[in-house]
Ligand binder design. Sequence first.
Ligand code: HXC
Length: 262
Amino acid sequence: MTSYETIRIAIDGTTAIITIAREKALNALNRQLVNELTWALRDLEADARVRAIILTGAGEKAFVAGGDITEMKNLSPAEAGTFSALGHTLVDLIEQMGKPIIAAVNGFALGGGCELALACDFIYSAENAKFGLPEVNLGTIPGFGGTQRLPRRIGMQRALELTITGDIFSAQEAFRLGLVNLVCPATELMDRAKKTAQKIAQKGPTAVSYAKRLVRRAEVLPLSAGNELERELFALTFATADQKEGMTAFLEKRPAKFSSSS
Ligand code: HXC
């Protein structure tokens, strides 16, 4: 496996765990990190062993405390645009890849860190985690998709307030807003994320990737186009051995054994 300097990757059965590992800078996202994360996710998408991915931060304090302010401080407008584009490539990849990604938010998820979590399919959060888009405090704005994903996720009114004030909010508030799926003690966070990843590995892999794709597209497609795509992908699942096996197993009252499930 490729080795990286800013992230660590562990494969645990069918689950890949990516740990963002710049603990001294509270796992802030510099260009190298954004690139390494993008490359690693592309590799994991192609790795047949892996059925789900967990993304977390090193240490107990932060998931990701934002874009790296030290690196960003002296960027020219053109360089800042390139950094934003790099981030967009990463968050778009997370949304578009077939394998589900769970953000296990173990501390601060601020700015680019909040935006990274927002792109993941589920957010599981430690009860001491903190979320926010505080870029306005630095004289800038979110640049990794936050201005677009937050209102889609929690509604325009609350997103406007949070993005304009830069207020930091608790995990409990994030749950109330519908931003996170689950809040639990920090000590249980990885176990909860791993259990969900293992559950996903028991399902038909093609069905999982189609389900993710369709629900994701619901944000951007008109209903008629979304339904048309649903019909096409629903029909395509009937070209897979997994559909035959899943339905045969149900009728034979036994667990399904899918082609690439564990
Ligand atoms: C670079 C960072 C950092 C960041 C923390 N550090 N956040 N370095 N970029 N985003 C560094 C600090 O400088 C410090 O380094 C070390 O991590 C520990 O941080 P402290 O501030 O000492 O910790 P604490 O007092 O506990 O405060 C934690 C914190 C605070 C509340 C999370 O660090 C903070 O406000 N960080 C910035 C959060 C933020 O504004 N994020 C948005 C960034 S802009 P030293 O060397 O002193 O030990 C963004 C844009 C993304 O994300 C889009 C770009 C296109």
